[in-house]
Design a protein around this ligand. Structure first.
Ligand code: 2AM
Ligand code: CA
Length: 283
């Protein structure tokens, strides 16, 4: 005999919403990695060591956190493939987990408290689940396709801000190879600085995208991001009613230059940046 359906109010009493199994696994993996990262924070920030040994140490933490995430995923799904910042692409291709074990490494290295673990699961090329975990605030942002985005038990919604005037916009400054775009980037920054209430450069792109989904930032842009920075945030923003795209406003696939925001801010940013786009910045 089929069990009687439980009344709706019963589900409201559950401590966690009934999560998609892929989200569940990603949450477990992100929490384990986050714990390891926080445990090692004191050793990273403030300790006076040479730049090289500092970098080696952080690489070691990145790798160890990534291994924990992969182990957790493979325990549940041994056949699933992986695309991860440290270990690259390996395994099956029907399901692929896209992992940034420590997004905001420079912050972590300096003890600046803004970094995250980002995990997404793609099925046949489409992201179905995403988790971004801030281990210091213990904030867990989740999303699964068609079922919305959440911060703990609260449904996420992008902001209702109607124009760049008065908005709070996040960004990431170009570094290394992306410095070739410094000039057009500064022109974009100038546009935004002249109109927004504030501009922030927190340093963890994945967490910035979660903040757009949560309405804490009205918009965000950055050049030259990687798939592991953006896969979870992309789904999260879409599920929270926002938009994410290339600088030309086209659909955002897997890494590259990005604009995100609530639908109005997204459109306004795309329009404002159009005069500064050389061909190589468009896609
Ligand atoms: P990472 O910490 O995983 O490398 C912010 O601009 C984004 O760019 C972050 O998500 C960060 O991801 C990445 N990034 C890589 N190298 C960087 C650098 N030298 N300075 C700032 N951000 C960097
Ligand atoms: Ca990253």
């Amino acid at each position: 005999m089929a069990p009687k359906a439980l009344p709706r109010r019963f589900f409201k009493l559950l401590p966690e919403p009934c999560m998609h199994p892929l989200v569940n696994i990603a949450v477990g993996a992100a929490r384990r990695a986050g714990e390891l990262i926080v445990r090692n924070l004191d050793r990273a920030g403030g300790v006076t060591v040479s730049e090289k040994s500092r970098n080696d140490f952080v690489t070691e933490i990145d790798r160890a956190a990534e291994q924990l995430v992969i182990e957790t995923i493979h325990k549940a799904y041994p056949d699933h493939g992986i695309l991860a910042e440290e270990s690259g692409r390996h395994g099956g291709d029907e399901y692929v987990w896209i992992i940034d074990p420590l997004d905001g490494t420079t912050n972590f290295l300096h003890g600046f408290p803004q970094f995250a673990v980002s995990i997404a699961c793609q099925h046949r090329g489409r992201v179905e689940a995403g988790v971004i975990f801030d281990p210091l605030r213990s904030e867990l942002f989740t999303a699964s396709r068609g079922a919305g985005a959440q911060l703990e038990n609260r449904r996420l919604r992008v902001s209702a801000q109607r124009a760049i005037e008065g908005s709070l916009i996040g960004t990431g400054f170009p570094y290394r190879a992306n410095m070739r775009w410094l000039k057009p980037y500064l022109a974009m920054l100038e546009q935004v600085m002249q109109r927004a209430a504030g501009v922030r450069r927190p340093g963890s792109a994945a967490l910035d995208l979660a903040y757009v989904a949560a309405g804490r930032l009205d918009g965000f842009w950055e050049l030259g991001l990687a798939p592991w920075d953006t896969a979870a945030g992309n789904l999260m923003i879409t599920e929270a009613g926002g938009r994410i795209g290339t600088l030309a406003g086209n659909p955002y696939l897997d890494g590259g230059n990005l604009i995100a925001g609530n639908p109005r801010i997204f459109t306004e940013l795309v329009e404002s940046f159009a005069p500064f786009l050389s061909d190589d910045l468009r896609e």
